[in-house]
Write a protein that binds this ligand. Structure first.
Ligand SMILES: [Zn+2]
Length: 82
């Protein structure tokens, strides 16, 4: 397994790093990849959203009002940054 590939913890397939969501690890000060590949993450969040249909709407509405009142900047949805 090269450094450019990684096993997905969900589907156990070996995939290139580009198939994994990356995020910045503040403790280690470097970019890392999620344990599950994009396809699995999408599947998981889709299932989760289906089970919690109102969560995102409420969460985004709350974030929007909180952030607009303090900074005036409308934040991007954390799901899309990921
Ligand atoms: Zn996977």
């Amino acid at each position: 397994m090269t450094e450019l590939e990684k096993f997905c913890s969900q589907c156990l397939a070996r995939k290139p790093l580009s198939e994994f969501h990356s995020y910045f690890d503040k403790k280690r000060k470097k970019t890392r990849q999620r344990a599950a590949c994009r396809a699995c993450m999408n599947q998981r969040s889709a299932i989760w959203r289906a089970r919690n249909p109102s969560y995102h709407a409420e969460y985004n509405a709350r974030r929007l009002t909180e952030n607009v009142s303090t900074s005036g900047i409308v934040p991007a949805c954390p799901q899309s940054i990921d």
